[in-house]
Design a protein around this ligand. Structure first.
Ligand code: ZN
Length: 193
């Protein structure tokens, strides 16, 4: 079976390298990267390179940022006063990934700089701006189920789909009254963008 857009779930064994040849990520044997084609989980250049391939195909691929995880947009980086952030007593360190609410909804941000008064947050994808090289082996290709196509993501045999995730974004928003250690996830990078 060949890979076609939006109708198949693919499983890939992969190694991802940066431009310097350092390994950034890799699948474990038997634990492949499984996703629905067209779901935008994989970068567009990788999806394009998968079209018409079959199980057993192996190939290498180099993706420029625009075909990978995007160009890094410095204008999205914001420095926020600590007093404007709902971070409680959490220790915020450079390199941490936090969930934050922006005009576009909840998203992951990377902490770039921390001072006594402010925190600099970068909502660009952590791999934005990087040229990436992949070694890929197509391990499995199967037809997507109608449910997977409706949800826009692949389901695994082991876990059932989390219905709450589909209905809204409840999983990404934390109760404001909740005083437990989820506080760090209530960070808010201001209203302007
Ligand atoms: Zn689902």
């Amino acid at each position: 079976m060949k890979i076609a857009n939006e109708k198949v779930v693919v499983s890939l064994a992969f190694t991802m390298y940066n431009e310097q040849g350092e390994v950034l990520d890799a699948s474990e044997p038997g634990v492949e990267w499984t996703f629905l084609m067209g779901s935008q989980e994989a970068p567009p250049g990788l999806e394009a390179a998968l079209l018409d391939r079959s199980v057993g195909d192996k190939f290498s691929l180099t993706l420029a940022p625009e075909d990978g995880y995007g160009v890094h947009d410095p204008e999205l980086v914001q420095t926020i006063d600590r007093s404007d952030l709902e971070i409680g007593d959490e220790v915020i360190e450079v390199g941490m990934q936090l969930e934050a609410e922006t005009d576009d909804g909840w998203t992951w941000v990377t902490v770039r700089e921390v001072t006594d008064k402010s925190i600099t947050l970068d909502p660009n994808h952590e791999l934005a701006g990087q040229t990436l090289k992949f070694d890929i082996e197509v391990v499995d290709v199967r037809e997507a189920t109608p449910e997977e196509i409706e949800h826009g993501h692949a389901h695994s045999d082991e876990e059932s789909c989390d219905e709450e995730w589909i209905e809204g974004e409840e999983d990404f928003e934390f109760d404001e009254e909740d005083d437990n250690d989820d506080d760090v996830d209530e960070i808010e990078p201001g209203k302007t963008k």
